[in-house]
Design a protein around this ligand. Structure first.
Ligand code: C2O
Ligand code: CU
Ligand code: CU
Length: 436
């Protein structure tokens, strides 16, 4: 058994701006939380203690596990209480993350600093860089609005169409971050842990690099790109090569946050890489990564349609007592997401999905790996092949939702249960004993 003790705590002080102190929340520290690492086959137990002074939850985004362990809005942890979910890791190597998921107040809890990375290892991993913090490096990207005195401006978090769109970028909780490169190749595990902002990540010289993994695991083979788009909740694993002595900035370019905005307002430097005069040699990138190709759902697979408009899905807002979808265990379905309004994304708990089509087109190679979150531009349509697991529980729902946290909090979320095949019609659509 692998145990992790996590303390969600308020009252932290972080030094983001030089000489200024910022009040923040964190997990086992002032801001963000430790990287949790486990291997396929491990039994893991989390001991999550809430020391925030208000109720919250902790959700394991990207983990495949029983709904009761998922840490969604039904697994509230009261102030002072400890929640101890456990499960057996049964999924390929991937990069996940954890963050609060309480009904209507996720945005504020994440914005104040509650989030961390999860890394799942697997014996069958190809020869990629693995020195944690040396040539295998987590990059948690977030945008904040920082006042001149250092305070976190929270005014916009629970308002407006997008909630917060910050103008200060933090990488791993650091403003103006630098990374000292000591090897020729570095794997970056990039996580967009921002409330609403999308990034179009690349290097200042537009060098090519390789995407090796998507949200839920590795690609079949490396995909060569010069930019990667990440909406909130999405991850990409990339491998990039450096030359001795160079300095190069990782940035986000050409991604407009508000549809009508001045594009350059949304260009940001994320991180500066400073390469040592001599770099330790790195293995060549394997040509095959071991990720499995997308398989098409069987003929006659169930198709479910989700129409996004404003902050509603299929014209309804989230209701904690309503089961929206009932899915038979082990199903392989088509989910069609049809966005009738401004930009959203769509995250499904527990599952692995593949993007079959975006607006009728096959997605670029770098987005063809296992996913759990997909960006859906204004007016766009996505067709997903979704694989469900076999953790049957007719009274504990999983969530699907827009991961723009303002939208999620406003109710752009639905609930599904996974049930024994053949029992779908008998499953109650209303959860009793829940208030709102
Ligand atoms: Cu990142 Cu429903 O979660
Ligand atoms: Cu999730
Ligand atoms: Cu949205």
């Amino acid at each position: 058994m692998k145990q992790f003790a996590l303390s969600m705590q308020s009252g932290g002080r972080s030094g983001f701006l030089p000489g200024k102190s910022t009040a923040t929340w964190g997990i086992n520290g002032a801001y963000l939380g430790p990287t949790l690492r486990a291997s396929r086959g491990d039994r893991v137990r989390m001991r999550v203690t809430n020391r925030l002074g208000e109720a919250s939850t902790l959700h394991w985004h990207g983990m495949r596990l029983p709904a009761k362990m998922d840490g969604g809005p039904h697994q509230m942890i009261e102030p002072g209480a400890t929640w101890t979910p456990e499960w057996t890791v049964d999924q390929p190597a991937m990069t996940g993350w954890y963050h609060p998921h309480l009904h209507e107040r996720t945005a504020m809890h994440v914005y104040r600093g509650l989030a961390g990375m999860i890394i799942i290892d697997d014996d069958r991993e190809p020869d990629l860089p693995t020195g944690y913090g040396v040539d295998d490096v987590p990059l948690i990207i977030q945008d904040k609005n920082l006042e001149r005195d250092g305070r976190l401006d929270e005014d916009s978090v629970e308002g407006g169409t997008w909630g917060v769109l910050g103008d200060s970028i933090l990488v791993n909780g650091t403003y103006g971050a630098r990374f000292n490169v000591t090897t020729q190749a570095v794997r970056l595990r990039i996580l967009n842990a921002s409330n609403a902002r999308m990034y179009r990540v690349g290097f200042a010289d537009n060098r090519v690099f390789h995407v090796v993994g998507t949200d839920g695991g590795l690609l079949e083979r490396p995909a060569e790109v010069d930019r990667v788009k990440l909406s909130p909740g999405e991850r990409a694993q990339i491998v990039v090569r450096f030359t001795p002595g160079e300095e190069i900035v990782l940035n986000s370019l050409g991604e407009t946050a508000r549809e009508a905005g001045d594009p350059e307002e949304d260009d940001f430097e994320l991180l500066k890489f400073v390469a040592a005069p001599q770099l330790a040699s790195s293995a060549a990138l394997p040509s095959v990564l071991g990720g499995t190709p997308a398989t098409a759902p069987p003929a006659g697979a169930r198709v479910r349609t989700f129409r996004l408009s404003g902050s509603e899905i299929n014209d309804r807002e989230m209701d904690m007592t309503r089961i929206d979808e009932v899915v038979p265990a082990g199903a392989h379905e088509i989910w069609e997401i049809d966005n009738a309004s401004y930009a959203h994304n769509f995250h499904i708990h527990e599952v692995e999905f593949r993007i079959l089509q975006i607006n009728g087109q096959t997605p670029p190679a770098y987005q063809r790996g296992p996913k759990d979150t997909v960006f859906i531009a204004k007016g766009a349509k996505a067709r997903l092949a979704v694989k469900f697991n076999r953790y049957v529980d007719p009274v504990s729902p999983y969530m699907y939702h827009c991961h723009i946290l303002r939208h999620e909090d406003k109710g752009m979320m639905g609930q599904f249960v996974v049930v024994e095949p053949g029992t779908e019609d008998r499953v109650p659509r209303t959860l009793r004993g829940h208030h709102g």
